[in-house]
Design a protein around this ligand. Structure first.
Ligand code: FCB
Length: 477
């Protein structure tokens, strides 16, 4: 689909051998509150589902918790200075709901809001555009106790929380995304249970997905009313889904997983409807009785941008008798109604998460959103890789991570050349941090964290990224 407002910028971009990005391209890095802040019980913060989950034996590798994390809560000003040294144009962070509205309802916690006011002021003071995510998975525990995301009321609570944050920060934050990766909240949190709150019920996962999107739509309406000039969006994690062969059964397996992973969210948010094949695939799981009249109109409230998180591709095949269930996000319980689909490993290079590196998948994903769904500006709100790093002579030479970023930026550039209105890119992550169920055992950062001393060491990828930002592009290959 071509869009007259966003013409392909081929002529502008092809300046010699370098790959130059469009003027004003928003170069950033991302983090999330529970993964970096620590200070779990300070300043009036109360537990979220991730505090409860990580403190429950056997849930997180090695019993790690976010209690201290990167101690960013106390080190925020120097962390912002580090961002400025790297030349970041933008910083994507999330607000901890239980820090600013302990318990998830009722009045704001002034001390909690104050932390984010100071963060935003520091960022603006260094010329760094704040990019605020309202929900990166840390639901206040009392809301989970009242039913969590499978309960409809949680959507309304989320809209109230959005309004409260808008009142406090709306005068100084332009870019707002509601949810980070609702697929993970719904299907890892309530389906497979490998994420907080650790429940495992297919129907609850589907209900959670719906109420997350309802909360998104209500929050967008609240934000729009309060800050008409804000740029509003959502971040979804998307995967190209490829059948392992042309056999019709494999093609159908890919269709099913695409419906659950991608179209479950893209269709309601950007088209105002659920895919009909999804409802058919899930008929043994749920009758969608939780969807009320008017919900889809709320969910599809117009946005200003779409955030895409991209890490890898799913390759799938039809079920075979007796196939072993696979780990983590391939766990059968992540895919209600499609539990017997097989995820195929191709033997291509993987990261330390065992995620296959699939660079063309980023171009494909961005093109798909633009060509099939929306003319809205797109942003890569996360992209990155975990690798095993080592400090040698005070340096961390993370060549694999650097190569991953470089290749994916080339893929992003290719999408721009194909006409995608891609306006920015956020590396995941600014710094090593609490990688959810993997605790501190997986490092995604451009900046090394020494968890004993809390020292920060910019890795080679950070220095390289600073240069990419400085020249607004990549060197010739
Ligand atoms: C995404 C999450 C982010 C981080 C990366 C590796 O799914 O949004 O918090 O864990 O994966």
């Amino acid at each position: 689909m071509s869009n007259p407002d966003h013409p392909p910028a081929v002529g502008v971009l092809d300046q010699g051998p370098e790959l130059i990005f469009p003027p004003g391209f928003l170069w950033g890095a991302a983090t999330a509150a529970y993964q970096i802040e620590g200070a779990a019980t300070e300043g009036g913060r109360t537990p979220s589902i991730w505090d409860t989950f990580s403190h429950t034996e056997g849930r997180v590798v090695a019993g790690h918790t976010g209690d201290v994390a990167c101690d960013h809560y106390h080190r925020m000003p120097s962390d912002v200075r580090l961002m400025a040294e790297l030349g970041l144009k933008s910083y994507r962070f999330s607000v901890s709901w239980p820090r600013v509205q302990p318990g998830g309802s009722g009045p704001a916690n002034a001390a909690g809001l104050d932390f984010y006011r100071r963060l935003v002021d520091e960022l603006l003071g260094h010329g760094i555009e704040p990019w605020l995510t309202l929900y990166h998975w840390d639901l206040p525990q009392p809301l989970e106790d009242a039913g969590g995301w499978p309960a409809r009321d949680t959507a309304g609570r989320f809209a109230d929380y959005a309004e409260l944050v808008a009142d406090a920060l709306g005068d100084r934050v332009t870019y707002w995304t509601t949810l980070n990766e609702p697929w993970c909240s719904a299907f890892l949190g309530y389906g497979s249970g490998v994420h907080a709150p650790g429940r495992s019920d297919g129907a609850d996962a589907v209900r959670a997905g719906h109420h997350l999107m309802l909360g998104h739509g209500l929050a967008v309406q609240a934000l729009r009313a309060s800050r008409p000039e804000a740029q509003l969006g959502i971040t979804v994690n998307l995967y190209p889904v490829t059948p392992a062969s042309d056999a019709p059964a494999d093609v159908d397996a890919a269709r099913r997983i695409d419906a659950l992973a991608n179209r479950f969210f893209l269709d309601p948010v950007l088209r105002g409807s659920y895919p009909t094949d999804l409802a058919a695939d899930l008929r043994e799981v749920t009758d969608f009785g939780h969807v009320r009249d008017g919900d889809l109109a709320v969910i599809s409230t117009p946005l200003d941008l779409v955030g895409v998180n991209y890490y890898s591709r799913h390759v799938v095949a039809a079920p075979v008798e007796g196939a072993e269930p696979e780990p983590y996000w391939r766990a059968p319980s992540c895919w209600p109604g499609s539990e017997d689909v097989r995820f195929v490993t191709r033997g291509v290079p993987v990261t330390d998460m065992n995620w296959e590196i699939d660079t063309p998948g980023l171009t494909e994903t961005l093109r798909r959103v633009h060509e099939e769904y929306s003319d809205l500006p797109l942003y890569v709100t996360e992209n990155g890789s975990a690798f095993v790093d080592a400090v040698v002579d005070g340096q961390v030479d993370d060549v694999d991570r650097l190569a991953y970023f470089d290749a994916h930026l080339r893929a992003a550039h290719e999408a721009i050349n194909a006409g995608v209105p891609l306006r920015g890119y956020f590396a995941w992550s600014l710094m090593d941090n609490f990688e959810w169920a993997w605790g501190y055992t997986k490092r995604f950062g451009m900046v090394w964290i020494d968890y004993d001393s809390q020292a920060r060491i910019p890795k080679s990828s950070a220095r390289w990224y600073a240069e990419v930002i400085r020249r607004n592009g990549l060197a010739a290959q």
